[in-house]
Design a protein around this ligand. Structure first.
Ligand SMILES: Nc1nc2c(ncn2[C@@H]2O[C@H](COP(=O)(O)OP(=O)(O)OP(=O)(O)O)[C@@H](O)[C@H]2O)c(=O)[nH]1
Ligand SMILES: [Zn+2]
Length: 343
């Protein structure tokens, strides 16, 4: 420690009595020394965790333990991607069960509401930094409303979005690519036997959560990215065009290192049919549009910046040429996606 000279007051705070606002009690134990684990999947109240080393890194041959939630966590959710403190038997041996006693602070949380009449927020994945929206170009046909809603959830969570368009052997990606260009969302197009080098490069060194409607080819894609994985691949129902729900829980999968030696994590989630957003406000959405935020300072109080908003300053912004109109329109499409009836 640095020594204080005569004229410094480095130690001034040391012998002042500390005021404690909350007394330390027996029921707030210190778990900072307990083992740290990464929750990789959840199944009926059992959490599969990968033991992390002391600096929080996941060794390729790290032990996997099964754990349950300690009673002290109460109703607190533990979700895939969470970094948790574990006590009890962390040997990972067959039949053993550790206990999760603490969930460390999450850097991000991707959430959705079950539907728009159900305002209860359901966190899906913690600590991801990238959102890969997987959409088939056909079979099932793309639904921009759904893409927009997932995008909005990603913006709200502070994740960087990416669009992955599958089944390019069945339909052209041009229209969708054009629709998302003003949002600056990277687009990757795939088809059977496609070269995934670019996609792999975008995933390296990151924690990416894959979200999409059932049957879009998410498992097929994840299997191609992670050789030897063999996630179950379903079949699109010929009558309804909908995929079967072949995967039931989110799962974190290690991405093998690419040419420059960096791996990453891919979090595959079960196919979704709807993506409720009733927990999100227009103010949450505009945070993801830093180039537009400054203009909204001139909006009337309570302006929601939608297409039908009166005197919204975003109109002046595109009219004067300060921002492209397509950019404002895209933002507004996101705001209205929030309010769409879910499908
Ligand atoms: N034509 C074509 N079919 C594909 C492509 N990718 C996947 N499929 C087929 O689409 C169907 C659904 O693929 P999955 O990978 O199971 O889809 P999923 O999104 O994981 O579905 P869930 O597990 O229900 O969420 C399977 O029959 C795949 O063989 C593609 O690029 N082109
Ligand atoms: Zn406005």
């Amino acid at each position: 420690m640095r020594r204080g000279g005569i004229h410094t007051d480095d130690h001034a705070g040391f012998d002042r009595p500390r005021r404690r606002t909350r007394p330390r009690t027996k029921d707030r134990p210190d778990y900072s020394g307990a083992d740290l684990g990464l929750v990789i999947t959840v199944d009926r109240g059992r959490y599969r965790c990968l033991l992390l080393d002391s600096d929080g890194a996941a060794d390729p041959d790290a032990i996997q333990v099964t754990a349950m939630k300690a009673r002290t966590l109460g109703r607190r959710s533990v979700i895939v991607g969470d970094r948790v403190r574990l006590v009890g038997d962390v040997s990972g041996d067959e039949g053993t069960l550790a206990r999760i006693v603490e969930v460390t602070e999450r850097s991000t949380v991707l959430r959705r509401t079950a539907d728009d009449d159900d305002p209860y927020e359901r966190p899906i994945v913690a600590n991801a930094d990238q959102l890969v929206i997987v959409t088939a170009l056909a079979d099932p046909p793309p639904r921009t409303g759904m893409i927009d809603r997932i995008l909005v959830a990603g913006y709200d969570a502070g994740l960087e979005p990416m669009l992955c368009l599958t089944k390019a052997d069945l339909a052209s990606p041009d229209e969708l690519e054009a629709a998302y260009a003003p949002l600056g969302v990277p687009v990757v197009v795939t088809e059977p036997e496609a070269d995934l080098t670019r996609l792999h490069g975008l995933l390296e060194g990151r924690i990416s959560v894959f979200v999409g409607h059932s049957g879009v080819g998410k498992s097929t894609l994840v299997n191609a990215l992670i050789p030897g994985l063999e996630r179950a691949v379903g079949h699109v129902n010929e009558v309804t065009g909908r995929g079967r729900h072949t995967s039931t829980s989110a799962i974190a999968l290690r991405l093998p290192p690419g040419p420059d030696g960096r791996g990453g994590w891919v979090i595959d989630t079960p196919g979704v049919r709807s993506f409720g957003l009733s927990h999100i406000t227009p103010a949450d959405v505009i945070k993801a549009f830093p180039d537009l935020v400054e203009f909204t300072a001139d909006c009337p109080r309570g302006c929601e910046h939608g297409a039908d908003a009166v005197d919204c300053a975003l109109d002046e912004a595109w009219r004067s040429g300060e921002v492209p109109r397509a950019r404002v329109d895209s933002f507004r499409r996101m705001v209205s996606a929030r309010a769409l009836p879910y499908d």
